[in-house]
Design a protein. Structure first.
Length: 203
């Protein structure tokens, strides 16, 4: 939305919103498909062959080719992981750019913005790899997913609140049915996270 030119009219804004929804939907569905495919293929292969001890991603990468009997299966698996990571990075970067430029009015040169965001993303991973090796990266991946899951509610609730206020959104405010559906999803996410925390503390 920040890079496209659109008319500062009601029709122009509506078109910009439509393209933004299309962008995010395509990106998220691609990520869902890739991650789902990775999970299904790995789980099916290891369960069928009795390798129930495979618990970390580096084990999956090493075992796929010999178990499937197909040369390059591990390479395809690695490329799928790379595609998934790139998809997540692009989506997060675009969201951050819109937040910085659209809401906070912070504008940086593209090369400086990329340098800062990439450094913030890769520095923790480099430190963990240096200190703990491969076992540390697996734990970092799990921890990052837990943190992302827990903070999701802090993004979803304000998003639904802001987009449901007519004073902020004008004619583009959420319809009543969409507002309640969005709040239902937000409470479902929060409830699942609370349930996860309870299960963790109960052991």
């Amino acid at each position: 939305m920040q890079t496209r030119r659109y008319d500062e009219t009601s029709a122009g804004k509506r078109e910009a919103i439509r393209f933004a929804i299309l962008d995010s939907t395509v990106a998220l569905m691609m990520a869902l498909f890739i991650n789902g495919a990775i999970l299904v293929v790995a789980a099916a292969v290891f369960f069928r062959t009795g390798h129930h001890e495979v618990a970390e991603i580096q084990d999956a990468y090493k075992l796929l080719t010999p178990l499937l009997g197909v040369g390059g299966a591990s390479t395809v698996f690695a490329l799928a992981l790379l595609a998934s990571g790139q998809n997540s990075t692009l989506t997060g970067t675009l969201a951050g750019q819109i937040t910085m430029e659209g809401f906070l009015d912070i504008r940086l040169r593209p090369w400086l913005r990329r340098l800062i965001t990439r450094s913030l993303a890769i520095t923790p991973a480099i430190i963990v790899v240096f200190l703990y090796g491969q076992s540390g990266t697996a734990k970092l991946i799990i921890l990052s997913q837990v943190v992302l899951s827990m903070q999701l509610s802090f993004a979803v609730f304000p998003l639904v609140r802001f987009t449901s206020e007519k004073a902020k959104m004008g004619e583009f405010v959420n319809a009543r049915w969409l507002k309640w559906l969005a709040y239902g999803v937000a409470y479902l996410i929060a409830g699942l996270n609370v349930w996860l925390l309870i299960q963790i503390f109960r052991g």
